[in-house]
Design a protein. Structure first.
Length: 75
């Protein structure tokens, strides 16, 4: 997670990572990351399930985002 990002989630090929804007709504982050994985990187569709990399591995979310994701799913 980072400050001053141009979007909610941005693919950074130099770091081989997706940077996530700090403070962005959890639902928006999940949609943006899923779109980057599927559209830009060719990952399998994972709507409603765990996010997967194009290689099939599960994508680990930033620890800072996890409490907000769990709260968003519960509410």
């Amino acid at each position: 997670m980072t400050e001053n990002l141009a979007g909610i989630a941005v693919w950074d090929p130099d770091e081989v990572s997706i940077r996530v804007a700090r403070g962005a709504p959890a639902g928006d982050v999940l949609r943006e990351v899923a779109d980057i994985l599927m559209i830009d990187l060719g990952a399998p569709v994972s709507r409603g399930g765990p996010l997967r990399c194009f290689c099939g591995m599960r994508v680990e979310l930033p620890h800072e985002l996890l409490p907000r994701v769990l709260a968003a799913e519960a509410g």
